[in-house]
Design a protein around this ligand. Structure first.
Ligand code: F2R
Ligand code: MG
Ligand code: MG
Ligand code: MG
Length: 347
């Protein structure tokens, strides 16, 4: 399990560091070649350039992990907001934060965190952010909740998300990614029944997206529809093209059009590499970036799922070494593992 904890957070870091170089691009055959060469270089022994920089995806994930380790339930949310702001302000390099979230972090600081959730609710004319920023940083919550109930996980995802994301799409994207990671963390073998896995996520989301209005029960089919689209893509006899995948699932900063895409990247490669698990990390990393668009975030979320599934042993050692702050990420994973399993150690 310790290896799975490390794999989860190293997946976040490596997907982010590698994907960031291509964020916002649509990759043609030439750029896909450049991408392969770039990852080969990072996996090589002779790489000498400064380490590959991480972006907001990893910066905010580190804050979540640190605060889960340090604070109790009551003081967690306030301190997380403070840590997000500290991390944002202390960075000497541009970490590519979303425009909305940058304005929000500045407001929180200016208003001395008096109204913790107000600024997020006021974002985008009161609609709140539907960006994937809450989902991209959620993996430490999955680790923390590996042995906890769904309700405990939903509550902690909410506390972690609503500081910056008030829109239901942004928050539910974080719930989907958190559940997706926790499910694979709990698997004891490397045998994943992909159909069953998607069915479980769908069942959870049918409940989450069922709301009530003045006319009685109504269905809000957002992630449910995306998960159904994902299942169709996974069951196709002919492997869908990148274009088809992007047309159906999307590849943007909107959580609805990136969280299911990341899960699809993971599951497609699980299906393709059944007897070849040691290739799963590299293959998923490359595939997620090849889809273009929000490459750092989609690769980060997809690789986090791979790491949670296989553990860190299949990740090339040099790739880990050549990404900024990988030692700190390993340390945070190990500390989370220790507190989550400390009760078991005591017995
Ligand atoms: N933002 C980026 N990348 C593009 C910019 C790069 C940067 N300028 C640079 O190169 O330095 N990447 C990072 O942002 C995504 C996570 O975003 P998050 O944290 O959710 O931020 P935000 O600002 O809340 O939302 C992102 C954008 O989505 C649009 N949006 C969100 N809610 C909206 C709403 N209700 N109505 C209209 N638009 C909405 C806005 O354009 C936001 O700016 C990750 O990709 C991360 O890597
Ligand atoms: Mg980023
Ligand atoms: Mg955000
Ligand atoms: Mg991104």
């Amino acid at each position: 399990m310790n290896s799975k904890f490390r794999g989860t957070l190293l997946g976040v870091l490596i997907g982010d560091c590698c994907g960031a170089v291509f964020e916002g691009e649509v990759l043609d055959a030439g750029q896909k070649f450049v991408l392969r060469k770039f990852i080969n270089k990072l996996e090589g022994v002779s790489f000498t350039a400064p380490r590959q920089k991480y972006t907001d995806d990893t910066a905010m994930t580190k804050s979540v992990a640190r605060c889960l380790l340090k604070y109790d339930e009551k003081s967690y949310q306030k301190n997380l907001a403070v840590d997000f702001v500290k991390e944002y302000c202390s960075s000497t390099t541009s970490r590519g934060y979303g425009d909305g979230v940058q304005r929000l972090l500045v407001t929180l600081r200016k208003e001395k965190f008096e109204d913790l959730l107000g600024p997020a609710r006021n974002q985008f004319n009161g609609t709140g952010s539907f960006g994937n920023g809450a989902a991209m940083r959620i993996s430490p919550v999955s680790l923390y909740c590996v042995n906890k109930s769904d309700d405990f996980l939903f509550d902690l995802v909410g506390k972690t998300s609503e500081i910056t994301h008030a829109n239901v799409i942004g928050i539910n994207g974080a719930i989907l990614q958190a559940l997706a990671i926790r499910e694979v963390l709990k698997l004891e073998s490397d045998d994943l029944d992909v159909n069953n896995y998607v069915t479980n996520l769908l069942e959870s989301f049918k409940k989450i997206e069922k709301g009530e209005d003045e006319f009685g029960i109504h269905e809000q089919k957002f992630y449910t529809e995306q998960l159904e689209g994902m299942r169709k893509l996974l069951n196709k006899e002919i492997l869908p093209s990148d274009e088809e995948v992007v047309n159906i699932l999307g590849h943007s900063v909107n959580a609805l059009y990136s969280v299911p895409t990341a899960i699809y990247c993971f599951l497609r490669n699980v299906n393709l590499l059944k007897g070849n698990r040691e290739k799963l990390f590299r293959s998923t990393l490359e595939y997620a970036i090849c889809l273009g668009g929000d490459t750092d975030t989609i690769a980060s979320m997809a690789c986090s799922l791979v790491g949670a599934f296989t553990g860190d042993s299949i990740i090339a050692k040099n790739l880990i070494k050549h990404c900024e702050s990988s030692e700190e990420i390993i340390e945070l994973s190990d500390k989370l593992y220790e507190i989550v399993f400390s009760e078991i150690f005591k017995k």
